[in-house]
Write a protein that binds this ligand. Structure first.
Ligand code: SF4
Ligand code: MG
Length: 320
């Protein structure tokens, strides 16, 4: 089957007073119906800019897609009009964010926000929409849905609000759900419940899911395939199994080592030294070189290419 979302060679740059910043610098990924794809990397790697580019929500200016293609069901939506993008966001591609409090309006009830979301997408009476809202709250496993519908966001816990956001995203029966750090703000137990819920929705509705996270532990339980991003580029791609059993890129190895131990119930300190470079600040060679334990002289001169078939890696250690 063809991918429902296919991103090819996407480049998103920011044009600032200090010059152009290549936040996303030529990435490819796709997701098919029923599939769950993980996009992993630290913050500043370009993950969120990627999802905002796909959703047509890039702050523009200063952000701009300068190259590549975003195909939704074969339709090129890279430069689609705002009205077309609004349709797509309403009916086809939904997104959930990290902090649900900022995405829910505090002055309206849960129900009125859900009802509004439902009525944007389908013609139905307020009464029908309310019934659907209650069904959606039940679908995402919220208790006493018929009371909750009349409550305000602040009356709910963080985990419950995130479920409401998922209900909101599911209101339009999306073909693709993009979840950007969906559980980062939540404690470990709630995090596991939210991930279970997304798995269940994926199984029941065949919605393709893209999970964007810095936490390899999250994607390990959820995804079939993984894309690891660093400094605006894909540095490794493959099945979760291949990447876990045989991580190739030094960055991926570092990420795997820094997966927090669930039994410790606390985040271990990040084990990769240094931080993600400002996009565009490293002009030559491998972007990961300043942090890499395996760095060689060539790495400072030669930019590695993504190579391989099923399991791809961008690192000179694997040059043919
Ligand atoms: Fe490290 Fe060189 Fe590979 Fe870059 S290309 S990740 S610096 S070994
Ligand atoms: Mg982010």
């Amino acid at each position: 089957t063809d991918p429902v979302l296919d991103v090819k060679g996407l480049k998103t740059y920011f044009f600032t007073d200090d010059g152009q910043v290549p936040a996303v610098d030529g990435i490819d990924f796709h997701v098919k119906e029923g599939e769950i794809l993980g996009i992993v990397g630290e913050s500043g790697c370009g993950k969120s800019v990627t999802s905002l580019s796909v959703m047509g929500l890039l702050p523009s200016p200063p952000g701009k897609v300068v190259d590549g293609k975003i195909l939704y069901n074969g339709e090129d939506i890279t430069y689609a009009s705002e009205s077309r993008m609004r349709q797509i966001r309403g009916n086809d591609i939904a997104m959930i964010f990290q902090e649900p409090m900022t995405s829910l309006n505090p002055v309206f009830t849960i129900g009125s926000q859900l009802i509004e979301a439902i009525r944007i997408h389908r013609k139905c009476s307020k009464k029908q929409a309310r019934a659907r809202a209650i069904d959606l709250l039940k679908l995402v496993g919220l208790p006493r849905a018929d009371e909750l519908v009349d409550e305000f966001p602040h009356q709910l816990s963080g985990g419950m609000r995130q479920r409401v956001m998922i209900a909101m995203a599911m209101a339009c029966d999306p073909k693709v759900l993009i979840a950007d750090e969906p559980t980062t703000a939540l404690d470990v137990t709630i995090q596991a419940q939210i991930l279970d819920l997304m798995l269940k929705l994926n199984r029941e509705t065949k919605t393709a899911i893209i999970i964007i996270t810095h936490d390899l532990g999250v994607v390990a339980q959820m995804c079939q395939r993984l894309v690891v991003m660093y400094a605006g580029k894909v540095v490794e791609e493959g099945t979760v199994k291949d990447i876990y059993n045989n991580p190739k890129h030094p960055y991926t190895k570092g990420l795997i080592q820094s997966v927090p131990d669930m039994r410790e119930k606390k985040q271990r300190l990040y084990s990769i030294k240094g931080s993600v470079p400002k996009p565009g600040s490293i002009k030559k060679g491998c972007q990961f070189a300043p942090r890499c334990e395996y760095v060689m002289t060539d790495c400072l001169e030669q930019e590695p290419q993504l190579t391989g078939n099923e399991h791809l890696v961008r690192c000179l250690l694997y040059r043919e």
